[in-house]
Ligand binder design. Structure first.
Ligand code: 6PG
Length: 234
């Protein structure tokens, strides 16, 4: 299993800038359709804003989401809404190229529908963006729940008591098949967990970010200095 590649940058803004360059390079490397799964949460917002002015041919980009909160698309908690406000509303991407998870539908239906849509578009994602929660979750693969153990399905739904909400999430099966996986982590509140995930013993059930072990190369982590403060190697 290749060790994750970790790059430490001074600030969250530098993480966003480095991530933007990775996205541009990945899109340029991909000859025809470029498939990307966006991350939710707050960390990638700065990246998405930067991507608005980057040289990307959005007509050949197919945008997916790594996870979604089970709320309607206009809800302030919606990952789709965040991505629209920061990025998708500001670039020339055809509406049919944006594949949102239908958070307003019954979660199991939304997951099955999304799995079909994803598989009908691509055999594997070209680039996956992920974040990490301070409890070690990534996308909506939460500690102690079942998504982390999934071996067949690309998309599942489960109720996450910890956040009082159903979530729909891609599984490690889909993430690990991707050509490239890029984690973005920033902030001092992530430092202890980042140290556990990257330096500690392997326990993906408790630390779902450790379940992301791409088949085609190491996972890449862009982290700011505050989040990296406790890492064994800086
Ligand atoms: C979500 C996510 C989630 C997120 C982490 C980090 O929908 O909440 O996709 O996995 O990436 O919780 O979130 P922050 O960037 O807000 O710290």
């Amino acid at each position: 299993m290749p060790s994750p590649e970790v790059r430490v940058l001074p600030t969250p803004a530098a993480v966003a800038a480095a991530a933007a360059e990775r996205v541009v390079a990945a899109a340029a490397r991909t000859k025809e359709t470029f498939t990307i799964a966006l991350a939710g949460g707050s960390t990638p917002t700065a990246l998405y804003r930067l991507l608005v002015s980057k040289p990307i041919d959005w007509t050949r980009v197919q945008v997916f989401f790594g996870d979604e909160r089970c709320v309607p698309p206009g809800d302030p908690a919606s990952n789709y809404r965040m991505a629209c406000e920061a990025l998708l509303d500001h670039v020339a991407i055809p509406a049919g190229n944006v594949h949102r998870i239908r958070g307003e539908d019954p979660p199991l239906v939304a997951a099955a529908t999304y799995e079909r849509e994803l598989r009908a578009t691509t055999a594997r994602l070209d680039l996956v963006l992920l974040g990490m929660g301070d409890n070690g979750h990534t996308a909506s693969i939460f500690p102690g729940l079942t998504a982390v153990r999934e071996t067949e399905r690309w998309v599942v739904a489960e109720e996450v008591a910890e956040v009082g909400m159903w979530r729909v999430t891609l599984t490690p099966v889909a993430f690990n098949a991707a050509a490239e996986v890029l984690f973005l982590v920033a902030g001092r509140e992530k430092a202890a967990m980042l140290h556990r995930v990257l330096d500690g013993p392997r326990d993906p059930a408790a630390l779902p970010a450790q379940a992301i072990v791409p088949l085609r190369g190491p996972a890449n982590w862009l982290v700011d200095a505050a989040a990296a403060a406790l890492l064994a190697q800086q």
